[in-house]
Write a new protein. Structure first.
Length: 145
């Protein structure tokens, strides 16, 4: 399974926005510059993230974008679903999406698999993506090797 580029860009954009928590608001053009993503792409992602209630747009002087809730309360699953819709590895759970569904012995197991995948992504809070914890851990592992 591979995320779409847009879902990847949404995670990158939200990580950048989270680094501005407590420091005021940030514009989509600032997020584009900070992430290196094209401005139209960031604007598209921001629209989806705002519609999903993950970002809040404030107008006027001192306006801009900010997280709609604390970074610790936003998971990778939330971000991916804001762009992709419900997390699922197959389309066979959609009504009549498969020509072989009548004889499929695996179909009843897909909800469990999809739930496990969503659970894994839901267990990763946005705060984890904005910390240097992984870089620090990786450096320590290299020192002890």
């Amino acid at each position: 399974m591979r995320l779409s580029n847009l879902a990847d860009y949404a995670v990158v954009t939200m990580s950048a926005a989270a680094r501005h928590c407590g420091g005021g608001r940030v514009s989509s053009s600032e997020l584009a510059a900070e992430t290196g993503l094209p401005s139209p792409t960031v604007q598209k992602v921001v629209t989806k993230l705002t519609s999903a209630g993950l970002l809040r747009s404030v107008r006027g002087a001192g306006g801009g974008l900010q997280l709609a809730r604390p970074a610790a309360a936003i998971s990778v699953a939330d971000i991916v679903e804001a762009v992709e819709g419900p997390i699922a590895l197959t389309q066979c759970l959609d009504e009549h999406a498969c020509d072989y569904e009548a004889g499929c012995s695996v179909k009843p197991h897909w909800p469990v698999i999809n739930s496990a995948l969503r659970g894994a992504l839901a267990a990763i809070p946005l705060t984890q993506l904005t910390s240097d914890q992984l870089h620090t851990q990786s450096a320590r592992e290299k020192e002890t090797a």
